[in-house]
Each structure stands twice: as C-alpha cells, then as structure tokens.
Ligand binder design. Structure first.
Ligand SMILES: Nc1ncnc2c1ncn2[C@@H]1O[C@H](COP(=O)(O)OP(=O)(O)O)[C@@H](O)[C@H]1O
Ligand SMILES: [Mg+2]
Length: 379
C-alpha cells in the first residue's frame, strides 16, 4: 500500500519554498514529484526585515505567515497536479509537513536554571494551509526539542542517516542552505552515534554580497567567487567568531550571522576587490565544513552535498581539493536531488509525528531525550 506525504521547506536563503511528494511505502523513500515556488521580491524583503526587530512586527509577521501559507498551498496544488495522470486522480496525501519560515532562532538558555528559556520561531499558518488544501498539516517541528533543552536544530540528520547512512562506511552529509549543517554518519550507525550541527553560514553571506555588488540574487556556479583571490586577513576575522570554537550541540542562523555582522567584518576591507571578498566568503563556508569533518568525521569516505549550494561548482571543487581522501559528490548522485533533500526530510518528520515516533536525535540537538516533534492541524 502506498504511503504518500508532502514536505514543504523554506530556509534561511529566503529564495522560496521547495516541495516534494514522497512515497514512504518502500524501504528507500521515493520522491514522486517535486515543485518549487520562488518568493516574490517584496515578500523576500519583508521576511528579511522580520529577521530583526522592527516596527509593528507581530502584525506583519502574522500577515507574512498567511502569505507563506498561500504560497505553500500553490506548491501543494502543483505537486498534486503533477502526480495525477490522465484518468487517475492525484494520490491521497496522509499529511503535509510544513516547516515554515524561521525568523528567530535563539534556543540557548539564558542561565542553567532557566529551563526552556530559549526559543525558535518559524512563521507559518498551518490552519490556513489545512483550510486551503483540505489536507492534514503538521507544523512547528522545532519547539518541542527546544522545550526539552535542545537546539531545535538541525533536524535533518535523522533523515540523512535514514537515506544516506551505510553499514560499511562512514559518510558525511553537508546541507548548504542559507546556513550550513553537517551530519556525520558512522558505519552501521545507531542513531546515538550520529553527530550533526550547524557548521556556520552556507550561502547567506555570499548571496548578500553578490546581490549588493552585482544585483544578482546568487553567484551562479560560484563563477564570480572563482574569479577572485583569498584575502587572508578577512578570512581570519570571519573565523574568529566565538561560534566556531563551540563544541556541538550547536545551531545558528541570521540572528548571529546577520547582514550587520557581515558589514562589521567587511568594514576594514572596504578597498578590496568585490570578487576577492566573494572568494573569501566562499572559503569561509568551505573552511567551517572542513573543520567540522576533521574534528568529528575524519573517517568519512564520502561527502554528500545537498541544498542549493550543491549547484556552486566552486564550493564543490574547493571541498574536494581540501579533502583529498574523501569523495565529494552531490545528493543527486545518491538518488535525491539537492533541493529535494530538506523538503523530503520534513515529509519524513511529519510521518514520524503522525506515527508518534521521535523526530529528533538527542545526541545531535542536545535535547533531554527523543521527542515526537510537531503539532497536527486536521483538515
Ligand atoms: N546555480 C546555482 N549556483 C550557485 N548557487 C546556487 C545556485 N542555485 C542555488 N544556489 C544557492 O542555493 C541557495 C538556495 O539553497 P536552499 O537549499 O534552498 O537554501 P535554504 O534552505 O536556506 O532556502 C540560493 O540562495 C543560492 O545561494
Ligand atoms: Mg530555499
């Protein structure tokens, strides 16, 4: 019997929403179809503004959540249309897993006594999405893990282990979204031995610099970065942030690696060539991944890259050069296209939720134990 779920993901890159319709009836999840909907420019700008304190933000956040739900509903419609065949209706979907749009991520406790004092906030309107689609929705995946003392992130390592883990060899998975997260999967891993954490910024800072200097939303293929040269002093300054010395569990976002953070770091280097700055920002992303693998996944034989950064040839080449003993490939070569991995992970997490199975790995997030993640909004 087929077992269809939809996963919807919109990450810190603020590029848009990715959706997949997945059949979980086979041992390896099968993506039936995928769809993406870019954020209109004005919506992207509004979400970016809502990432930091601003005027009347409760009202604006609620409206942005409704707009996101309408956009998510269009992705769902496209997925269902694509999955239908002449004379055959679209498959019946058990549940939609809708991640929402993170605008604040501050899971840390302010003091050891302040249990659950941190929080993570994803704008989302799951009731509206259930109303618009007529399908049950699971949302708010992260807050239960935070309530249990965890980071609430990353949540994808459990899914990475499910689809990319190997009994015979250690595998590293790098998700290059706006932020970057690493999953280090030992051979025959019990989930307790998986290491996973946000290693630092992924594309967000490179995107911001590219947009500011060239007007383009991202550096296609990394060609612009590849045309520049490293500025060692700038790289050292970027890498001096205390985040990089912290051991896992750890997670981050635009709260720390904001445009203001970047502007402060760039100020002393204002006379440098823009392409050299881009090259250095790319090296910053690569360096954090390499440091993570060297510290926690040295025995890995493969590095599987997913997320939109997998389209950045410059990043892939730099990773392969710096990690010569490891074979670098993209998730496409392992059966799951780069932009589908995170969306599929949230379809899987929604399935875990309705089966009342845990979605977090406490060894990754630092939560007190395994927890069922998310809340159900029946259609
Ligand atoms: N052709 C490309 N070349 C280089 N980078 C790309 C390309 N396509 C997408 N990207 C990068 O991937 C990002 C989107 O990745 P995604 O995995 O959706 O991140 P998020 O989960 O944060 O939304 C874009 O903002 C851009 O930086
Ligand atoms: Mg995206």
């Amino acid at each position: 019997m087929s077992d269809y779920f939809i996963g919807l993901m919109s990450g810190t890159s603020l590029d848009g929403a990715d959706g997949v319709l997945v059949d979980f009836s086979t041992p390896a999840p099968r993506v039936v179809t995928s769809a993406a909907e870019p954020f209109p420019e004005s919506f992207r700008a509004e979400l970016l503004e809502l990432n930091s304190p601003s005027h009347n933000e409760l009202h604006r956040a609620a409206l942005a959540a409704n707009q996101l739900a309408a956009l998510y509903a269009r992705v769902v419609r496209t997925l269902l249309d694509q999955a239908a065949a002449p004379g055959r209706p679209a498959p019946r979907i058990r549940v939609i897993g809708a991640h929402g749009q993170t605008v604040r991520h501050q899971p840390w406790r302010t003091s050891p006594e302040a249990a659950g004092a941190g929080y993570t906030l994803q704008l989302n309107a799951p009731a509206l999405l259930a109303e618009l689609t007529g399908i049950d929705v699971v949302a708010d995946f992260r807050s239960r893990d935070v309530a249990a003392g965890g980071q609430g992130a990353p949540l994808v390592p459990a899914f990475h282990q499910h689809v990319f883990g190997r009994p015979d060899r250690a595998v590293a998975v790098l998700n290059l979204g706006g932020m970057a997260n690493l999953s280090l999967l030992p051979p025959a891993a019990g989930s307790a031995s998986v290491v996973g954490f946000d290693c630092g910024p992924g594309n967000a800072l490179m995107d911001a610099w590219c947009r500011q200097q060239t007007g383009r939303p991202f550096d296609a293929g990394g060609a612009w970065a590849a045309s520049g040269q490293l500025i060692p002093g700038l790289l050292a300054s970027l890498q001096a942030d205390p985040y990089f010395a912290l051991p896992p569990p750890k997670s981050t976002g635009r709260d720390l690696f904001s445009l203001a953070w970047l502007a402060e770091k760039l100020a002393p280097f204002a006379t440098e060539r823009p392409e050299d700055i881009q090259n250095t920002l790319a090296e910053f992303t690569v360096g954090a991944c390499i440091a993570g693998i060297n510290s926690y996944g040295k025995e890995s034989e493969k590095l599987i890259v997913c997320g939109g950064g997998a389209f950045n040839q410059h990043l892939l080449q730099r990773l392969q050069t710096a990690l010569p003993t490891l074979r670098v490939s993209t998730s496409d070569q392992h059966g799951l296209p780069a932009l589908q991995v995170e969306a599929a992970a949230f379809a899987w997490l929604a399935r875990q939720a309705v089966q009342r199975q845990p979605g977090n790995l406490p060894g990754v997030t630092g939560a007190a134990g395994p927890r069922v993640l998310g809340a159900l909004y029946p259609a």
